[in-house]
Design a protein around this ligand. Structure first.
Ligand SMILES: [Zn+2]
Length: 238
């Protein structure tokens, strides 16, 4: 924590003051002005002592938070440059919207209207007024990005690994082996008993050869307290 004086031209909203220092408003979870919690619209007064806090993950300060309503469901919309992160979040079962064709306006609109947390490495995108829930992803390597997001939003106990289509985000449905047998390589039909299908893209999933590798990775991300198992990703067929 660092205290400093900042000369300002008033009137100025506290959101504008914070963002003029390079911090998108979505990164801020609590603002105290002279020890009183305030919202982003607060107009800074002469001599105000302002404390700005990031997200709290290990301290319950919910009674103080008033910058944005708490989220009932954790859902994401991911910037076009973070495709691998989007796939990993789907692998953990999180509803994650990702389209390579989305521009900044579309991303912020989806985030605002669908109440999705916007994940991006573009600070300018997070400064948009309509974006209420967002997060600036610091890491550049996708696996580290996943770990960072899991920690930031405390997703450890919310994950449902291998329950969502990696390609189109839909929840997977169980499917009987008999009904898809003609789409399976003979050895797969012989070795595996449980299969799932995405009803949007028709992709099939079963605990194929990549499963154990991915299961270990997710286990590493979620930590030893969470058991990772369930139907895994495998090569698409059909
Ligand atoms: Zn699909």
């Amino acid at each position: 924590m660092r205290a400093f004086a900042r000369p300002l031209f008033l009137p100025a909203s506290i959101k504008d003051v914070i963002e003029s220092l390079g911090v998108p408003h979505t990164e801020v979870d609590l603002i105290l002005v002279n020890s009183v919690p305030r919202g982003f619209g607060y107009l800074v007064g002469d001599g105000d002592y302002i404390s700005v806090y990031p997200g709290f993950t290990s301290l319950d300060v919910s009674s103080l938070l008033q910058l944005r309503p708490p989220l009932n469901d954790i859902r994401f919309v991911v910037d076009t440059h973070l495709g691998r992160l989007a796939t990993y979040l789907r692998m953990l079962g999180f509803d994650t919207r990702y389209e390579t064709s989305c521009d900044d306006q579309e991303l912020s609109r989806i985030s605002a209207h669908r109440t999705r947390i916007l994940l991006t490495r573009d600070r300018g995108l997070l400064r948009r007024g309509e974006v209420t829930y967002g997060y600036f992803v610091r890491a550049t390597e996708p696996r580290r990005q996943l770990l960072e997001v899991v920690r930031r939003f405390n997703l450890f106990r919310l994950a449902a690994p291998f329950e969502r289509c990696l390609r189109c985000n839909r929840r997977l449905e169980p499917v009987s082996k008999e009904s898809i047998r003609d789409r399976l390589p003979p050895r797969t039909a012989e070795c595996y008993q449980e299969f799932h299908i995405c009803l949007d893209c028709d992709r099939l999933y079963w605990p194929g050869s990549h499963y154990e590798h991915m299961r270990r990775f997710l286990q590493h991300v979620l930590g030893a307290t969470t058991q990772v198992s369930r139907e895994p990703e495998s090569p698409a067929l059909g």
